[in-house]
Design a protein around this ligand. Structure first.
Ligand SMILES: [Zn+2]
Length: 333
């Protein structure tokens, strides 16, 4: 009990700082409640630190570039570079003073477009007006390619992924605008290219940007071709892309299996959420629904989140499964 209590205290209050320091407790900042739509404050840290030693300034792990400024810091303006050389690395709570009226509660944002599921699992609540719905994955879930992907991000090589044109009909695409570099499944079931990149990098010894780009192109073309009316298949696919498609499918399957109450049928979940004395529920759902009376809006909200996430994961998994049925590997595995 005491361990779980302490663990939940940390989990519900810690902030993600950067790739090196990961999460940290930030006294005072954690007092504020969250709002996605009308936050007055935001916690910010320079997040382009070296992921090996945490240095904000140039360090021995940096990749030199022709501009004379190391690649990790290349995107900064001259003014910002000067600031780095004189200021220590800090975490700041920035306040937008103009927007706070006297007597008004000061609200913080725990992150943009967090998605209901994440708010619920990490902080234990869902906003009443929330329409998020984006599903996030952590690098730990994505396996061995994460390290290589982080190095590529650090070297400024993955920017193109978020510049891609978003297409609802595709399997992969850019992260949602509010979540650059996000490891996300958006509300249309489009998986971010970054997830696919991590899965792919786990399947190959190549770790150059071109390999990822080629593979992304190959996947998108294969999907489009398989969707053509006169498609007769099967499509040949290179070994790495083929393996990454299998990994993407497995990822969705694993997340689905890990959802709360994955033992229940979708219909039962709907019934539990919309409990209103209707008959025809399975016995299990009836038993569960008895504890979900009308004065428990939070539980109902949690069920809504669960139902939405499960539906999105299931429809997405089906698309990847359709693709798997149309492709063959063109090389020896
Ligand atoms: Zn370093």
């Amino acid at each position: 009990m005491s361990y779980l209590y302490a663990y939940s205290l940390v989990c519900t209050r810690a902030f993600l700082i950067d790739l090196y320091h990961t999460v940290a407790m930030c006294p005072f900042a954690d007092l504020l409640n969250h709002s996605s739509s009308s936050a007055h404050t935001s916690l910010s840290a320079d997040d382009f630190v070296c992921h090996k030693c945490g240095s904000l300034r140039e360090c021995e792990h940096d990749i030199p570039s022709t501009s004379g400024i190391v690649r990790r810091l290349e995107h900064l303006s001259e003014k910002e570079l000067k600031r780095l050389s004189t200021e220590p690395d800090t975490v700041d709570l920035r306040i937008d003073k103009r927007r706070i009226r006297k007597g008004e509660e000061v609200l913080n944002s725990y992150g943009d477009n967090m998605g209901d599921g994440r708010l619920l699992t990490e902080w234990g609540f869902v906003e009443e007006d929330s329409t998020g719905g984006v599903i996030s994955f952590s690098v730990d879930e994505l396996g061995t390619g994460a390290q290589k992907w982080m190095e590529m991000v650090q070297a400024g090589e993955m920017g193109w992924a978020d510049q891609m044109v978003h297409d609802d009909e595709q399997l992969i695409g850019p992260s949602p605008e509010e979540r650059p570099l996000g490891l996300t499944l958006d509300t249309e079931g489009v998986m971010s290219v970054h997830i696919f990149a991590v899965l792919l990098l786990g399947q190959t010894t190549q770790n150059d940007n071109d390999t990822v780009k080629r593979s992304v192109e190959e996947l998108r073309n294969a999907w489009s071709a398989s969707e053509e009316e006169d498609f007769e298949g099967p499509l040949e696919m290179t070994r790495t892309t083929f393996a990454a498609v299998g990994e993407a499918y497995k990822l969705l399957e694993t997340r689905l299996a890990s959802l709360n109450r994955s033992d229940l049928r979708m219909d039962d979940l709907y019934e539990m959420r919309d409990v209103s004395g209707r008959t025809g529920r399975s016995e299990q759902a009836q038993a569960d629904a008895q504890s979900l009376s009308d004065d428990q809006p939070l539980q109902r909200m949690a069920l809504s989140v669960l139902v939405n996430e499960r539906r999105l994961l299931e429809t997405t998994k089906e698309k990847w499964s359709d693709l798997l049925a149309c492709i063959v590997c063109s090389e020896d595995i």
